[in-house]
Write a protein that binds this ligand. Structure first.
Ligand code: URA
Length: 210
């Protein structure tokens, strides 16, 4: 079992994240770095997947070789910023099934409002990895996991780039069974629900909107 919180401590992750945080970093660089970092984070979030063996024949002899057990993974992107992590992870796990959950934060209440949901079938038999770069209040993340559980998912992991202590606590309270993997845990949230020091609005920075 993964711990409830894994902070991926690796020089490449830390270095790339520093460049992403810098407000002078261009949209193109931000997007490229997010893609690169998502590969490194995907490596950690897929640790301890259930394994089996498959009988194969090498050019020299037969062997029982390790293989991932069960149905294809399901990657669930929380729109829109989740898509920035999704692209990189799909390079590593190209056969994964992909779902999308559209949630926006009401700017006044900071509560999530759902506007879209399309999920892969047979979620009960898949390891589901929910992706969203920013775990801020944790309200959207908890709501997305609620949706997945209602759809039958039983084995869920949450992958983000940056997490605030408030979001981690919210997820632990709402979904103690969902391990979180992140590149860093920042200090706190500001009055607008932004992670501090953070990197700003991840969606705006990756898509160049503002
Ligand atoms: N979403 C973002 O994009 N950035 C934050 O700091 C918090 C939520």
């Amino acid at each position: 079992m993964l711990d409830h919180l894994t902070v991926v401590s690796h020089p490449l992750v830390a270095h790339k994240l520093t460049i992403m945080r810098d407000k002078e970093t261009s949209t193109a660089s931000f997007r490229k770095l997010l893609r690169e970092i998502s590969l490194l984070l995907a490596y950690e979030v897929t640790r301890e997947l259930p394994m089996t063996t498959r009988r194969i024949e090498t050019p020299l002899q037969e062997m029982d070789a390790p293989a991932i057990e069960g149905k294809k993974l399901a990657l669930i992107s929380i729109l829109r910023a989740g898509n920035g992590l999704l692209d990189g992870i799909l390079e590593l796990i190209p056969a994964a099934r992909v779902g999308f959950v559209g949630l926006y934060r009401d700017p006044e209440t900071l509560q999530p409002v759902q506007y879209y949901c399309k999920l892969p079938d047979q979620l009960e038999d898949r390891v589901c990895i929910v992706v969203d770069p920013m775990l801020a209040t944790g309200n959207s993340s908890a709501a997305a996991v609620d949706l997945l559980k209602k759809a039958g998912a039983k084995n869920i992991r949450f992958l983000c780039l940056l997490a605030a202590p408030e979001g981690i606590a919210r997820m632990k309270e709402a979904h103690p069974d969902v391990p979180i993997v992140t590149a860093a845990v920042d200090k706190c949230l500001n009055d607008h629900g932004y992670i501090v020091p953070g990197l700003g609005d991840a969606g705006d920075r990756m898509f160049g909107t503002k």
